[in-house]
Design a protein around this ligand. Structure first.
Ligand SMILES: NC(=O)c1ccc[n+]([C@@H]2O[C@H](COP(=O)([O-])OP(=O)(O)OC[C@H]3O[C@@H](n4cnc5c(N)ncnc54)[C@H](OP(=O)(O)O)[C@@H]3O)[C@@H](O)[C@H]2O)c1
Length: 313
């Protein structure tokens, strides 16, 4: 599966400036969210933003596709996976080069995103054993796998970013945390931040925080969908139509998040605004507490963290 490589112009000065301003103010982020100028790269101005070179994605599935969708217009990209049909579809969608040969991709890209499932990572490392990574920046999105997993297995690989994105990227409302290896330069960090911040709120964290972040924002879209489905099922059980239930629930989530994000009230303060003594909301929350909703949610997070750690072994 090869096509002649189509050269893409690197981002123009204007686009670079646009990227830099996106980094300072990602889509949908209000001033109450953390400020991502805290990237450790403040000394790199928009005019200094280096060209990214070719960006490769090994394991071009759901999450890689979502990241590629946010980067496709600006960067020269290449993707690999085993399914030739899926690669053809990607070529049509994004005007990119594809291959089924992961080593070929890694050899010919400057930044290599690793996006296979954690269970496939060990096999992939063997496939990449002949590639010299000394001039490459690796960005892994694998749950559980630590930076040292890559530096210990890939030849001359020292510059690694470990990221945990989420599928909010599909609508340019992603949330991505990332940690960097000691060998990453300020320029590497800045490049990673620009790429991960496209279509997302991206923030640099300590690597030890990432398993917890996996359980919160990485798994979060599924957890929140699970909670919404339970609410919707209950509403339908009581005779409400699915369409109206969904519309009201989606708008309720948007309104709640927007309020919490922009006001000074914390969760309990906001709950007490809705749940007055003796009212319907208070009755519902009391029932949730009696039935162990807090414990159940806590167990979900504990289980996800535990599984992420197992996958890292
Ligand atoms: N999904 C999420 O919400 C989410 C969130 C945060 C992080 N992540 C992380 O993102 C990674 C990918 O998850 P995903 O949900 O995108 O999974 P996915 O859709 O299954 O994507 C993984 C892709 O890897 C490809 N693949 C498997 N073995 C390969 C190999 N040896 N060489 C090249 N490609 C290979 C598969 O395609 P072929 O079968 O065609 O090879 C598949 O499309 C995981 O490590 C996960 O921890 C996912």
């Amino acid at each position: 599966m090869r096509r002649a490589l189509r050269r893409r112009a690197y981002p123009s000065a204007r686009n670079r400036a646009a990227h830099a301003s996106t980094a300072a103010s990602p889509p949908g982020r209000s001033s109450t969210l953390p400020n991502t100028t805290d990237t450790g790269c403040d000394d790199v101005g928009a005019e200094d933003l280096p060209a990214m070179g070719r960006i490769g994605f090994i394991g071009a599935g759901n999450m890689a596709g979502a990241i590629m969708g946010c980067l496709a217009k600006e960067y020269e990209m290449m993707a690999s996976r085993r399914s030739v049909n899926a690669l053809r579809a990607l070529e049509d969608q994004y005007d990119i080069t594809t291959t089924t040969d992961n080593a070929e991709l890694a050899s010919s890209c400057d930044i290599v995103f690793i996006c296979v499932k954690p269970q496939s990572a060990e096999g992939l490392m063997s496939e990449l054993s002949g590639v010299d990574f000394s001039n490459k920046l690796v960005i892994s999105i694998l749950a559980g796998k630590r930076i040292s997993f890559f530096t210990e297995r890939l030849t001359n690989c020292t510059r690694v970013v470990r990221a945990m994105p989420n599928l909010g990227l599909l609508v340019e409302k992603g949330a991505t945390a990332y940690a960097v290896s000691d060998a990453c330069t300020p320029e590497d960090e800045y490049k990673a931040h620009i790429l991960l911040n496209a279509g997302a709120y991206a923030v640099k964290v300590e690597e030890d925080e990432i398993d917890t972040i996996t359980a919160v924002s990485g798994c979060g879209p599924a957890f929140i969908s699970y909670f919404l489905k339970s609410l919707e099922d209950a509403a339908i059980r009581h005779g409400l139509g699915k369409e109206i239930a969904q519309k009201l629930l989606f708008q309720t989530v948007l309104g709640t998040c927007e309020y919490l994000r922009t006001s000074d009230l914390d969760y309990d303060g906001f709950i007490s605004k809705v749940a007055s003594k003796g009212g319907a909301t208070r009755a519902g929350i009391d029932a949730g507490k009696r039935e162990g909703v807090d414990e159940a949610i806590s167990a979900m997070v504990d289980a996800a963290i535990g599984r992420a750690r197992e996958l890292g072994k």
